[in-house]
Design a protein around this ligand. Structure first.
Ligand code: NAD
Length: 361
């Protein structure tokens, strides 16, 4: 293997995963040629398809390939075929496994509303036009992982533990402050410091850290208020940083402001440049295999890969601008179409974006 090459592992997964990942692969091939990126692409199994072929939703061979990769691009996992499997065989186990194996603790979810899709948002135009916010969610700690946890059958009780160490808060805080620096120098930290000790600890640490970032204006909001503010005045936010559970909920609220889940990319990073890039959507079994899936979330996930792992902001912007140009031509997949739009399929949308990129260079 040539160590100077950029290794990208594609894990297409289930449902619409292979359809949108094929578009992303063609995009990577084009970028490789156009920008001499020296990308080497490999492919592997994850999720239900991996279970079918190997009996394991995250086979060792996939983990080995992932270890050798600089970036991983995931399609989606899951589907009704595997819903009744025991939890350690379910497709989602593959996804959680790869996140924890590489300690992808920082989940970045931009919620950007394309100006072409303002009317697809659940909010009024003046509330969301030009919406561009970034949620930085802590992904490997908090109540989803805290011990002790369990169900006590005898006393009919169940419990989980929300727990953070200083180190965990500092490292996600740094990611958020750095991201704010590259945007509008505005960071809102979300917690429940009026009730939870772990949240007042979180707030103290983020406040102390802010002394290292005097150029970033830090504010704090309680999570209940933040949820309300996201649907009342979302444009007040630029970067939001929060713990795992609160981030899970707030990022889905932010997602719906942008119209369709088929538009939203994400990046999960560790403290090297390695990253896991994936659309926010799932495997959409209802439309799988019908050339109906919107591939733009997958395409925009490649843009995030260019920005964060390969540090090619120029290439990321070319991809994002190409998506915007295609949308402005009125060509849409069904999920984002309005009455005068020309409805096209997954493959055709992919081709449109690729041709746009080709013509820009
Ligand atoms: P989903 O995101 O798959 O689908 C929700 C709705 O959005 C469906 O109507 C679907 O058709 C539509 N949709 C999703 N992506 C689309 C796209 N790219 N273009 C057009 N329409 C799109 O969520 P779900 O139905 O709750 O879950 C289906 C399966 O996916 C489940 O097995 C679930 O566990 C899994 N899932 C996987 C991931 C992941 O792999 N990261 C995330 C969420 C759900």
């Amino acid at each position: 293997m040539n160590p100077s090459k950029k290794q990208v592992l594609i894990l297409a997964g289930d449902g619409i995963g292979p359809e949108v990942s094929l578009v992303a692969k063609e995009l990577l091939d084009l970028l490789d040629k156009k920008f001499s990126l020296d990308i080497r692409i490999s492919e592997g199994l994850i999720g239900g398809i991996a279970y079918e072929e190997t009996g394991d939703p995250l086979p060792k061979e996939t983990l080995d390939k992932a270890k050798e990769s600089d970036a991983i691009l995931l399609g989606a996992v899951g589907g009704p075929l595997w819903d009744s499997l025991p939890s350690d065989k379910r497709p989602e186990k593959g996804l959680l496994g790869i996140r924890s194996e590489f300690n992808f603790f920082a989940n970045l979810r931009p919620a950007i509303l394309s100006k072409e899709l303002v009317s697809a948002s659940s909010l009024k135009e003046n509330k969301v036009n030009d919406l561009d916010l970034l949620i930085v969610r802590e992904l490997t700690g908090g109540i989803y992982f805290g011990e002790p946890r369990g169900k006590i059958q005898s006393s009919e009780e169940a419990f989980n533990t929300m727990r953070y160490s200083k180190e965990e808060v500092v490292r996600i805080g740094r990611v958020a402050f750095e991201a704010a620096r590259k945007r509008n120098n505005k960071l809102c930290s979300v917690d429940k410091a009026n009730v939870l000790e772990v949240s007042s600890f979180w707030r103290e640490i983020i406040s102390d850290l802010s002394e290292e970032y005097p150029d970033v204006k830090l504010s704090h909001q309680l999570v209940d208020n933040a949820a309300m503010q996201l649907v009342r005045e979302p444009k007040q936010f630029d970067v939001i940083v929060t713990e795992n559970l609160f981030g899970d909920i707030l990022s889905d609220i932010a997602a719906i402001l942008t119209g369709s889940i088929g538009m939203l990319p994400s990046a999960s990073l560790n403290d090297t440049k390695k990253g896991l890039y994936e659309p926010v959507h799932g495997s959409a079994p209802d439309i799988a295999g019908k050339n109906l899936a919107n591939p733009l979330a997958s395409i925009l996930s490649v843009a995030m890969m260019m920005r964060y792992t390969f540090e090619r902001e120029d290439v990321a912007l070319i991809i994002e601008n190409s998506v915007e140009s295609v949308l402005s031509s009125g060509k849409r997949t069904k999920d984002i179409a309005e009455k005068d739009d020309l409805i096209i399929g997954t493959k055709e949308m992919g081709q449109e974006v690729l041709s746009q990129i080709d013509s820009m260079l």
